[in-house]
Design a protein around this ligand. Structure first.
Ligand code: SDX
Length: 427
């Protein structure tokens, strides 16, 4: 990281503060305010972190205006076309694409850690059958911290990598288990003869009474969904994981915190919300009414799958998913009226002044729910699949933060409460 020649000057009660400006490899430079409080007695106020670079990171880059997303420098579209989820996971975790031996070694470690401890399976029975899979995932992943705690030294890099591999390896088993439990099917064991996504599909849809037939197009679709969701810079759930991890907490507990943060409809829960919205729209004639509601400030309704905290252009992931959805539909020979409603909705919104002015475009969640539905997944599993994929990003950020060895994160506040006052004498 390079210090720029320029400085930011802040003029306050105690005179002027001169602050260095830092420049990353790409993206807007950042004013370095680390000494602002200690040396100048000031705090920076940025609720929601709209103008805050909370850390330095070399993992993922977003160009908000151009709608570009790079994993370790590689465009997301190129990875979606040429790579696969496991290779991309290696890239995100370690910074470079693996050679053949590194890939095989990495895949061997992942596939050999996919089983859950048999006692973990007992946790599922504690949940109601109608529990949301995200609730089950938060519980089960959090519980895993009890299984991998004493013998893990998070000061040791090999132990940290091993914890990351365990998380990536076990997440499909955990997610598929939450679905199987909710429909009363036996939880399936992983199969090491299948790839990551094929194995996930067999754990989701396979039954003990017959062989599971792998559909290569659906395997590719699942793999692509996972790859596209693997990381996205300092989003809410990743920032949650980083904050939790900064205290030195158990990584399984930190990832459970990330899953909780992802669940909300403003974040990963939007894919489920999009589908509910499209189903409610029912037919294209009802779209204008939905657009009007989304624009009405007195109505809390927002167009789900539209808008983004960072992008001021198309989310590049939405285009890739839209194309894959078409391919999957053609392959299965089905027509999904929801895709037609979604495309019409996008077309109308993109011409509407409200959305144009605010630069609101479809995000990753707009089409992903349709594709997952086409693949036979129930809506409640959509966000669980996002969590499975994002585990790679969370782990990569946790490794980066741990390698840096920085201390606990601790934001401050602009206090607006009562000034000092004294307890009244009630006699
Ligand atoms: C994800 O951060 C990440 O990287 C997240 C993610 C990842 O991979 O981790 O990309 C995944 O979370 C995608 C986002 C999924 N959420 C949704 O699709 C829910 C619908 N979208 C939103 O509610 C909203 O756009 C957010 C939460 C995504 C972003 O919220 P911001 O940053 O607060 O929105 P903004 O400040 O840019 O909004 C500007 C204006 C506001 O209007 P004004 O007050 O200026 O008049 O646009 C309006 C907003 O009210 N607006 C919308 C809208 N999104 C923003 N109006 C109608 N419908 C919408 N969807």
């Amino acid at each position: 990281m390079e210090k720029q020649r320029y400085k930011a000057i802040i003029s306050g009660e105690n005179g002027e503060a001169s602050l260095p400006i830092l420049k990353g490899t790409m993206g807007p430079p950042a004013v370095d305010i680390q000494q602002l409080n200690a040396e100048h007695g000031l705090l920076a106020f940025d609720p929601g972190f709209r103008s805050t670079a909370s850390c330095q990171s070399a993992i993922t880059y977003i160009d908000a205006d151009e709608g570009v997303l790079l994993y370790r420098g590689y465009p997301i579209e190129e990875l979606a076309e040429h790579s696969n989820f496991i290779e991309t996971a290696y890239l995100l975790m370690f910074g470079e694409l693996p050679n053949k031996a590194e890939y095989e070694d990495f895949w061997h470690s992942i596939s050999r850690h996919s089983l859950l401890h048999e006692q973990v399976l007992l946790f599922y029975r504690g949940f109601r059958r109608d529990a949301h899979p995200m609730a089950i995932m938060i519980g089960v992943v959090g519980a895993m911290s009890a299984f991998y705690h004493e013998d893990m030294n998070i000061q040791d890099r090999d132990d940290r990598i091993n914890a990351g591999i365990r998380l990536i390896a076990k997440m499909p088993t955990i997610a598929a288990g939450s679905y199987a439990y909710s429909i009363g099917r036996p939880l399936r064991y992983p199969r090491n003869d299948l790839g990551y996504s094929a194995n996930f599909l067999q754990m989701l849809f396979g039954v003990p009474s017959e062989d599971f037939v792998v559909d290569p197009v659906l395997v590719r679709a699942m793999d692509m969904i996972l790859l596209l969701h693997a990381d996205h810079e300092q989003n809410a759930s990743t920032s949650t994981v980083r904050l939790a991890a900064s205290s030195g907490a158990n990584p399984f507990a930190c990832i459970a915190a990330g899953i909780a943060s992802l669940w909300g409809p403003a974040h990963g829960g939007a894919n489920e919300a999009v589908l509910r919205m499209l189903m409610e729209i029912e037919k294209p004639e009802n779209i204008p009414n939905v657009i009007a509601r989304a624009k009405d400030k007195d109505d809390p309704f927002r167009l789900m799958g539209f808008g983004h905290r960072v992008y001021r252009n198309f989310d590049p992931r939405s285009r890739v998913i839209q194309k894959m959805t078409r391919e999957a539909l053609d392959h299965l020979g089905i027509d999904d009226p929801l895709l037609e409603i979604a495309m019409k909705l996008e077309e109308i919104a993109l011409k509407d002044e409200y959305f144009v002015e605010r630069k609101l475009y479809p995000n990753v969640d707009f089409y992903s729910g349709i594709l997952l539905r086409v693949m036979g997944l129930p809506m409640t599993m959509f966000t669980a699949i996002f969590a499975l994929a994002r585990t790679v990003g969370w782990v990569s950020h946790w490794l980066e933060l741990s390698d840096e060895g920085h201390g606990i994160d601790r934001p401050r506040q602009l206090y607006i409460g009562e000034k000092l006052r004294h307890y009244p004498n009630k006699k």
